[in-house]
Write a protein of this length. Structure first.
Length: 144
């Protein structure tokens, strides 16, 4: 028998005993109810630990599953309206990024901070991994 089955058996026996004692003495009944309560509280500690362990495993699994967008997905979501397919639209064409931004860090700073009519992209809307993916995508765009 495992612990749970033993506890269930014990609680049933205590309950049956409490019913027979209740007819004789209210204080004995109160004592039995207290014992039953304490035993069930003790067995709940293991259940709480198991639930906490499961919750921790699910939290770790959720964190390990990447929800980051690819560079192309970020571009379509955030950039394509003003820079359709990297060409000139409301914003300039993106084929000359290397001339304006010598390093990836300069380009990242510009995307993050924005300038003029280009909106800023704070970390709440574009995380660091997505920003890296976007910069790689922009650098790989074909030059016309």
């Amino acid at each position: 028998m495992d612990v749970k089955q033993v506890l269930i058996y014990f609680v049933k026996r205590l309950y049956a005993t409490a019913l027979s004692v209740f007819r004789r003495s209210p204080s004995a009944t109160a004592f039995m109810v207290t014992i039953i309560f304490l035993l069930s509280a003790c067995s709940m500690g293991e259940e709480v630990k198991r639930i906490q362990a499961v919750n921790e495993m699910e939290r770790e699994r959720a964190q390990s599953q990447s929800t980051d967008l690819t560079g192309e997905q970020v571009f379509i979501r955030s950039c394509n309206t003003c820079h359709p397919r990297g060409r000139q639209g409301v914003g300039p064409a993106l084929d000359q990024l290397s001339e304006h931004f010598a390093s990836d860090e300069m380009l990242k700073r510009f995307i993050r901070m924005g300038k003029g009519v280009m909106p800023a992209n704070p970390k709440e809307t574009l995380n660091d991994v997505e920003l890296d993916n976007l910069v790689k995508y922009l650098r790989a765009l074909p030059k016309p």
